[in-house]
Write a protein that binds this ligand. Structure first.
Ligand code: C2O
Ligand code: CU
Ligand code: CU
Length: 432
C-alpha cells in the first residue's frame, strides 16, 4: 500500500542523482474515519505525511515550507546525517510561518525511518505532523509486496475534535489516545493475499503509547529494527514498539482466504495507567496468489562494537523530581534539559542508561545507532542497530555507540513527547 505520492523528482545534477521532495506543513481537515474529521496539521495535506523514498548513498533534498500558524523544524529521526541537518532547535533557527528551509543530506543506511517536528512536539505530532521515510538499498530484500504502517493514537473529545492537553496528568503519563490509527485512519482494514509474504515497515508515531503488536496471534518474522535489517529473521507472535520505535516484519503466508485477523495492541503496563487489548485495524486474507518471496536465513552481518568487557564511559540517569513551580519535572542526571559532557570522534561510547523512576522510558539518541549490550545485566537475544530502546522501570540498559566524524550538537531524550518537554533530554557536543 503506497500512500499519497509527494511531489517527487529524481533529477540529475553535477554530483549525480538527487532525490527531491517538497513538503509543506499546514492546517488541514483530517478525516480519521469516513465522515469523521478533526482539525489537525498535515504535510502536503495529509496524515501521515507522504512516504519519502530515498536511496542509500544518494543525496536527498527536501524543500520544506512552513504554512503553520507557528514555527517548527523537521527532524529526520534515525538518520546518520550531519548535525546541521538534524532538524532540531539546537542546530538551526526554527522555520517561521511562511518560510522555506531546504534540508540536504545523503542517507547512509537503508531502513525505515521517520520525520517529525522538533518544536512544540506534544502538539504538532498529536495534530498529525509525522511521516515515514524509507531508505532503499540498491539490492533491497523484496518480498511479494510491501506495506508501510504508521501507528498513532489520538485523543478525541466529546465534540469530535482533538482534545486539549490534559495538564499534569498528561505531563506525567504522556498523552495516550482513545482512537487508534494506522496511516492516519481509525482501524483500517488491510489486505494480504493468501499464500503471500509481505515486508511490513512499521513506525510507532504515538506520543506516548507502547504498542505491543500482535497480528491475530499468528507468528511473523522480525527482519529489521531501527537501523535496518537484523542478522537473521526472528519468529515471534508479538513485538513491543515503544514510542518512536520501528520494526520490519515478514508477514504471512496466511492460509485461510476470507479470514479477518485483528491488528492488536496487547496489554502492556508501562506504569502510567493500564490498558487492555486494543485494536488498531484488521487484516483481510484476500484470494490466494502465487508467491515468489524468500526470506533469507542470513539477512546481514552486524559487527559487534564491543567484544570483551568494555568499561562504561558514561552514566545517564533518567529521573523524576518534584518542583515547586511546575509540580514535577522529568530530568537527566537531576537536571532538566541537561548539558552533557562532549563526546570525542573516534572514542567508543559505552553508556549505562539508568532509569531511576517507576515507569518505562523510551531512550532515543539522535544521529547515531547504538548496539544494546545488556538490559538489566542480560544480553539481548539478537544483535541489532537501534536509536530507540525501552529502559524498564528501575532498570539499566547498557549501550555502545561509535561517534564517527560528524561533529556538532546532538541530543538524546525520552521519546514520550511529554517527558521530553518536561525536561528528560540532554544535549552534548561531538568534538574532533
Ligand atoms: Cu524522534 Cu528527538 O526525536
Ligand atoms: Cu530523533
Ligand atoms: Cu519518559
Amino acid at each position: 500500500m503506497k500512500q499519497g505520492a509527494a511531489e517527487y523528482t529524481s533529477a540529475t545534477s553535477e554530483g549525480g542523482d538527487v532525490v527531491r521532495y517538497r513538503l509543506e506543513a499546514a492546517e488541514i481537515a483530517w478525516e480519521i474515519a469516513p465522515g469523521r474529521t478533526v482539525r489537525g496539521y498535515g504535510f502536503n495535506g495529509q496524515v501521515p505525511g507522504p512516504v519519502l523514498e530515498a536511496k542509500q548513498g544518494i543525496p536527498l533534498e527536501v524543500e520544506f515550507t512552513n504554512r503553520l500558524p507557528e514555527p517548527t523544524v523537521i527532524h529526520w529521526h534515525g538518520l546518520r546525517i550531519p548535525a546541521a541537518m538534524d532538524g532540531t532547535e539546537i542546530v538551526q533557527r526554527p522555520v517561521q510561518p511562511g518560510e522555506t528551509f531546504t534540508y540536504r543530506f545523503t542517507p547512509p543506511d537503508a531502513g525505515t525511518f521517520w520525520y517529525h517536528p522538533h518544536l512544540n512536539e506534544t502538539e504538532q505530532l498529536e495534530k498529525g505532523l509525522y511521516g515515514a521515510l524509507i531508505v532503499r538499498a540498491a539490492d533491497e530484500l523484496t518480498l511479494d509486496g510491501e506495506k508501510v504502517l504508521v501507528f498513532d493514537d489520538l485523543r478525541v473529545d466529546k465534540k469530535g475534535q482533538i482534545a486539549k492537553f490534559g495538564g499534569l496528568k498528561d505531563r506525567h503519563n504522556g498523552r495516550e489516545g482513545n482512537v487508534r490509527l494506522i496511516n492516519g485512519k481509525s482501524e483500517p482494514e488491510l489486505t494480504i493475499a493468501a499464500g503471500q509474504i509481505e515486508r511490513w515497515r512499521i513506525v510507532n508515531a504515538s506520543s506516548a503509547r507502547y504498542v505491543r503488536l500482535s497480528l491475530g496471534g499468528l507468528p511473523f518474522r522480525i527482519i529489521g529494527t531501527d537501523g535496518g535489517l537484523i542478522e537473521a529473521p526472528v519468529t515471534a507472535e508479538e513485538v513491543l514498539l515503544p514510542a518512536a520505535d520501528r520494526v520490519e516484519l515478514a508477514v504471512g503466508p496466511f492460509e485461510k482466504e476470507g479470514e479477518v485477523l485483528n491488528i492488536e495492541d496487547l496489554p502492556y503496563n508501562r506504569l502510567a495507567g493500564k490498558k487492555g487489548i486494543e485494536r488498531f485495524g484488521t487484516i483481510r486474507v484476500a484470494p490466494r496468489k502465487p508467491s515468489t518471496a524468500r526470506v533469507p536465513e542470513r539477512l546481514r552481518e552486524i559487527v559487534p562494537l564491543v567484544t570483551a568487557d568494555a568499561p562504561v564511559t558514561r552514566t545517564v540517569k533518567l529521573g523524576f523530581k518534584m518542583s515547586l513551580r511546575r509540580g514535577f519535572d522529568f530530568v537527566v542526571n537531576d537536571e532538566r534539559h541537561h548539558h552533557d559532557q562532549p563526546v570525542k570522534v573516534g572514542e567508543l561510547q559505552v553508556w549505562d542508561v539508568v532509569n531511576a523512576t517507576m515507569m518505562d522510558h523510551p531512550f532515543h539518541l539522535h544521529g547515531f545507532f547504538f548496539q544494546v549490550l545488556e538490559v538489566n545485566g542480560k544480553k539481548p537475544a539478537w544483535r541489532s542497530l537501534e536509536d530507540v530502546i525501552n529502559v524498564p522501570p528501575k532498570g539499566t540498559v547498557r549501550i555502545a555507540w561509535y561517534p564517527d566524524d560528524r561533529p556538532g550538537m546532538w541530543m538524546y531524550h525520552c521519546h514520550i513527547l511529554e517527558h521530553h518537554a518536561a525536561g528528560m533530554m540532554a544535549h552534548f557536543e561531538v568534538v574532533r
